[in-house]
Design a protein around this ligand. Sequence first.
Ligand code: HEM
Length: 206
Amino acid sequence: MLQINKLYLSVIAGCLVPLVWLGVDIALNNLGANPIQALHIRLGDWALRFLWLTLAITPLQTMTKWRGMADYRQLLGLVAFFYATAHLVVYLIVDHGLMWRLIAIDILESAYIWFGVLAYLIIFALAITSPKLAKKRLGKNWKKLHRSIYLASGAAMIHYFWQLKGNLAEPVLYLLLIMLLLGFRILVWLKNRQFNKMMLPKGRKQ
Ligand code: HEM
């Protein structure tokens, strides 16, 4: 059962801060010379940051043995999906006025957008299968499907790096972070594999 406690509510409030901050900047006309681009970029940046936070939950859970963290992983994943959807909506409606011919040309001409689309499709699939009922229905396949968050992160990272201009400090930090998180997962996987082998009765092949 989902525990709606003070911490959970505070995390929800924290996740909304970038949105409120963006709203204030829009109201104060504080988005710089190209407000549409700034809006688009800021929403994309937050989608990526929340994706990293979602990925960080499993290692944190392994280290702290705090089992209630799955609810926070689901919440942060949905927040990443929310910001990614807002990023996409700005691209489709505000930036391109739903002119599908222009959108198709832009997507065909910009390979980095293909990776954004791939990342979004995966995050979308994960978001709609995140409720407990979908988890029950999908059984073992749920875990397999939800492992594709790593593929989504890789695609989002390529999408991000491909269109970068200027300062590389933040992207390099993101890259280090994702390598650290992936490295941790691989170590845990190797450790579990070794443990399972040791637990097999002697003479029995896997
Ligand atoms: C259908 C899906 C997507 C489309 C069409 C799309 C489109 C774009 C475009 C056109 C830009 C360049 C913005 C500019 O410089 O004017 C961009 C940047 C970006 N996108 Fe996406 N995107 C998609 C999905 C995603 C997803 C799923 C994420 C993250 C999870 C993401 C994160 C970013 C980031 C971080 C940037 C760079 C912002 C910066 O320069 O700091 N995008 N996207």
